[in-house]
Design a protein around this ligand. Structure first.
Ligand code: ATP
Length: 595
């Protein structure tokens, strides 16, 4: 287990590395190794030991063949010494392979952890306007698939690139020392391969980007499709949905196929080139041996080294698609880590014990990309403990007011004051710890009913949980469940009805003992009997804190202190239920429509 402090430090370093090297994926990749020099050197030492047989065994083999083919001047122990050296290098491979994994794999897994954790940290900081516009499937793909691609790249690049460099050096050095003319063959191959790489490189990069984007789109469509299954089934649209998904999967298939074709063309061209050169090398060294210029052992040695050179260059080529995929993943993760729509949290003025006074002062708000104000010159002063209901036609701006009050976004003009402090200067965490929100769409997570009610609160006693369960009328349901409040819910609270889920959400809010409570259509999914119970709990709550609610069913707002009637972002009427009914204005008309 990694210690918490180290994890946070690493995540901070990871984000810093991304920000400092913006636009330079290779620098970003190298930056992950910062501060890990000791681990890197230790694992490199074992990596070299691990690969020792590759360089030593061919020399021992060549020596043994030379001794065997020209026994004059040699003894049997000469063969045994060569065999013993080869055997030792082979045997130590088991331990060195394990050690490389022990040191290096821990490092790459840590990098993978850091990447995922820093994305999650950033997602928690990004504003709600960002989250409202981004698809969760796409984010999942970045957290899981892209981080894995980077881990795979770092693991294989390190293992191969260093060894390839050493192998090429050893092969060429040994060959130069024995027969400089054979080196010519080795040297000729490199520029040819580089040429091939340059021709195919841009195609592979483009195809990788296309494939990654197609995968992201598909992932978001898949998650949407799964969420839509009940709607699809209810409207008998399965065939249509399957066709739509097949069409999407078809795009992935063709993008993947194009990528595969380019990759294999790349690999095949490289193979043909290399094997032809190897054959030419065999013919060339065979003729040299035939003419007595080199020994039979040397022919075998050059073939082995040349074979290694071939596989080195081939590995480099096969690494290239992995490298471009990894770089593409660095860019993909950058799309989140560079995102600037972070929620502002100035934390200039401490709020400490909030009273719950709220003032909207000439608030103007428009959504990004919209050319009209959703709220225009909205002014309302609310005393601590007062209860306010926003009513009005659909799209009037009721939920927008609540979003601003939660601090999901800030007004472009005017200000919202909490206990006379501009919200912009508040510590949002401190503020939100003292408010509770019951949203329009209840969001539950897989866990027990108790976990869902106590979400974010530590050390809550069963008595307290039971009390809120009772006040929202969930006790009857819990009596029927074998494990009561410890019953596991399915994903998204799948085992509960809409009304039951809404009551869990209300219980969650009540338990927090907030100073401000916000209900957005909180009783819309309740039947009359449970609504009565919940209404009693809500009425009770209204006496203890400042309450804001949005309600379409006007019968539920009878007990609030003031009703604010909205139309197209403007206040058209404010007053108590009885005052507005007596006035026979907009509220009266709305109420008449519901009777
Ligand atoms: P309802 O009663 O139907 O929930 P509402 O009164 O709560 O409606 P809001 O959700 O506040 O209305 O929306 C007010 C206006 O802002 C609407 O015209 C809506 O189309 C627009 N709007 C809401 N969310 C966004 C958004 N993310 N981007 C652009 N416009 C938006």
């Amino acid at each position: 287990m990694m210690k918490k402090k180290n994890s946070c430090d690493s995540i901070y370093e990871c984000i810093k590395n991304f920000t400092e090297n913006k636009g330079h994926p290779i620098k970003i990749l190298l930056g992950f190794y910062k501060g890990e020099m000791k681990t890197l050197l230790t694992s490199t030492f074992f990596l070299i030991l691990q690969n020792l047989p590759v360089w030593v065994v061919p020399v021992a083999t060549s020596n043994i063949i030379n001794i065997a083919t020209s026994p004059a001047g040699h003894k049997i122990p000469d063969i045994l010494i060569n065999a013993a050296i080869a055997a030792v290098t082979i045997l130590q491979n088991a331990y060195s392979t394990y050690s490389v994994s022990k040191f290096y794999d821990r490092l790459t897994r840590k990098i993978e952890f850091m990447l995922r954790s820093s994305i999650i940290q950033k997602l928690q900081q990004l504003s709600m306007s960002y989250h409202k516009n981004v698809n969760s499937g796409k984010l999942q793909s970045k957290i899981m698939r892209d981080c894995e691609s980077i881990e795979v790249l770092l693991a294989s690049a390190y293992r191969h690139i260093l060894i390839i460099a050493i192998s090429i050096t050893v092969s060429i050095t040994v060959t130069v020392m024995n027969s400089p003319i054979v080196v010519l063959f080795f040297v000729l191959i490199v520029p040819l391969e580089v040429l091939l790489l340059r021709i195919l490189r841009s195609k592979i990069t483009t195809r990788n980007t296309i494939f990654r984007k197609e995968m992201e789109k598909t992932q978001s469509n898949v998650s949407e499709m799964i969420e839509l299954i009940p709607v699809t089934r209810a409207h008998g649209l399965q065939q249509r949905e399957m066709r739509r998904m097949d069409n999407r999967l078809g795009h992935v298939m063709s993008a993947g196929y194009s990528l595969d074709k380019t990759n294999s063309l790349f690999g095949a061209s490289s193979y043909v080139l290399m094997e032809s050169a190897r054959l030419a090398c065999l013919v060339f060294t065979g003729i040299l041996a035939f003419n007595g210029k080199i020994s039979i052992g040397e022919v075998v040695l050059y073939q082995t080294y040349f074979g290694q050179l071939v596989s080195c260059v081939n590995t480099l080529f096969s690494l290239y698609p992995q490298l471009t995929k990894g770089i593409e993943s660095v860019n993909s993760i950058g799309e989140i880590l560079y995102e600037e729509r972070v929620e502002t949290d100035n934390a200039i003025i401490p709020l400490s014990d909030m009273k719950g006074q709220v003032e909207f002062s000439n608030v103007h708000y428009r959504y990004a990309g919209s050319d009209r104000w959703t709220l225009e010159d909205f002014t309302l002063s609310v005393k601590p403990g007062e209860s306010i209901a926003f009513v009005g036609s659909s799209g009037a701006g009721k939920s927008t007011i609540l979003d601003l009050l939660i601090g999901f976004d800030n007004p472009q003009e005017g200000q919202i004051l909490i206990d006379r402090v501009n919200m912009l200067n508040l510590d949002m965490t401190e503020y939100r710890n003292q408010i509770a929100v019951v949203p329009q769409n209840t969001i539950l997570f897989s866990g027990t009913i108790r976990d869902n009610i106590t979400y974010g609160l530590d050390h809550v006693s069963d008595e307290e949980v039971n009390s809120v369960i009772k006040s929202v009328g969930l006790d009857d349901l819990l009596d029927l469940l074998p494990n009561g409040m410890n019953t596991q819910l399915g994903e998204h609270g799948g085992k509960l009805s809409g009304g039951q889920r809404q009551r869990v959400s209300i219980a969650r809010a009540l338990l927090r003992k907030p100073k401000i409570i916000i209900f957005d259509e909180a009783t819309s999914a309740l039947d009359t009997a449970s609504e009565k119970k919940v209404q009693a709990a809500v009425d009770n709550m209204m006496k203890q804190c400042t309450t804001f609610m949005v309600a379409h069913r006007l019968s539920t707002v009878r007990n609030v202190d003031r009703i604010v009637v909205l139309d197209k972002g403007h206040i058209v009427e404010v007053g108590s239920h009885d005052e507005l009914m007596a006035k026979k204005g907009a509220f009266y008309e709305l109420k008449k429509l519901q009777e």
